[in-house]
Write a protein that binds this ligand. Structure first.
Ligand code: DAH
Length: 345
């Protein structure tokens, strides 16, 4: 009978090796160790044996039982690990699959056109030695108005419809000119920097107006600066952006923080929507700018007797619209993937 136990063990091991699933392996437990299992069946014949034989057989059967239990447990553990690995493999990102999906036309993410123009303009100015500064969206009225020569009772405040906070002290910045103030206060001339970012206006939206849009402010302060320097930098910027020399003109423009203040226009060939090949030219208002007002230099802690400055405020959304011939600013932040995907890299 001892031999029979060895045979049962042998049979068990070869069967165990073939198991592929947890459920099947659990069945083996019943087959060998269960009430009606092979080992129990053998033990039913114990009565006919001598005491010595009973003892030997009992020991043998017990050790066989523990061998089977251990082996089963090990196998179950292994199967569980295999199963988990299979699941993980199925979930893992298969990069070769991803590439082939893109090849078949699946949408690839890209950089938003406003953001890519912003990066481009940043690069142009960085190459000319400008710093790139940032500023908070939530401002106080000093940085947004007073320091920029717009006192509380000044009618120019009406030029920019403002989102005020309930405390009537704080607001969402209406322009990136706030960055001028912070920039001046934290450095000593000569310096030059730009400050791109979102701005907010409490306005009715239409094809050319959004409540949230993007500007890029620029400022240079040094001892001998004139309108000629301003024009030089603006023309260099435009030539880089449009990849050719641009014809520009300066018109007088009123902004309380600059004196003189200008509207810089570029000569632009507008596509005629009715006759697609025919284009008509015109002047396009693109870049308000000017020589920094002495009061603004003073508010920024700079001696206006000694230093001069120029500043400009580029409308980034406007630039994107001109460049890509987009007819409605509201498309740019609509989140509509049909629009965005046209610009994905
Ligand atoms: N801050 C002005 C606006 O949002 C734009 C502007 C005009 C900025 C003239 C300037 C400037 O720096 O010189 O309407």
């Amino acid at each position: 009978m001892i031999k029979e136990i060895d045979l049962i063990l042998e049979q068990f091991h070869s069967e165990l090796e073939q198991q592929k699933t947890l459920a099947e392996t659990a069945n083996l437990k019943a087959k060998y160790l269960g009430k009606n299992g092979l080992l129990s069946a053998l033990m039913k014949n114990l009565k006919e044996l001598s005491d010595e034989e009973k003892k030997q057989l009992g020991q043998k059967s017990n050790s066989a039982k523990s061998v089977i239990e251990k082996a089963l447990q090990q196998k179950m553990n292994q199967l569980e690990i295999d199963q988990m690995n299979q699941k993980l493999q199925a979930q893992a990102v298969d990069f070769s699959l991803r590439d082939s999906l893109f090849d078949r036309g699946l949408n690839r993410g890209g950089i938003h056109p406003v953001h890519s123009v912003q990066r481009e303009v940043e690069d142009i100015f960085l190459s000319m030695g400008f710093e790139v500064l940032d500023g908070p969206y939530i401002e106080d009225s000093f940085h947004n108005f007073e320091a920029l020569n717009i006192p509380a009772d000044h009618p120019a405040r009406d030029m920019q419809d403002t989102f005020w906070f309930a405390d009537h002290q704080h607001l969402l910045r209406t322009h990136t000119s706030t960055i001028q103030v912070r920039g001046m206060q934290s450095r000593k001339p000569p310096f030059k920097f730009i400050g791109p970012g979102k701005v907010f206006r409490c306005e009715r939206t239409d094809a050319t107006h959004e409540m949230v849009f993007h500007q890029l402010e620029g400022m240079m302060v040094a001892e001998d600066l004139s309108v000629a320097n301003l024009i030089y930098f603006m023309k260099t910027l435009l030539a880089e952006i449009f990849q050719k020399e641009m014809e520009v003109r300066l018109r007088p423009g009123y902004f309380p923080f600059v004196e003189p203040g200008f509207e810089l226009d570029i000569r632009w060939k507008k596509p005629d929507p009715k006759k697609s090949e025919q284009r008509h030219s015109g002047w396009l208002e693109l870049l308000p700018c000017g020589m920094v007002h002495p009061n603004v230099l003073q508010a920024g802690g700079i001696d206006p007797q000694k230093y001069k400055g120029f500043a400009f405020g580029l409308g980034l959304d406007r630039l994107v619209m001109v460049r890509h011939q987009i007819d409605d600013i509201r498309h740019t932040h609509s989140g509509d993937l049909r629009f965005n995907s046209q610009f994905s890299l």
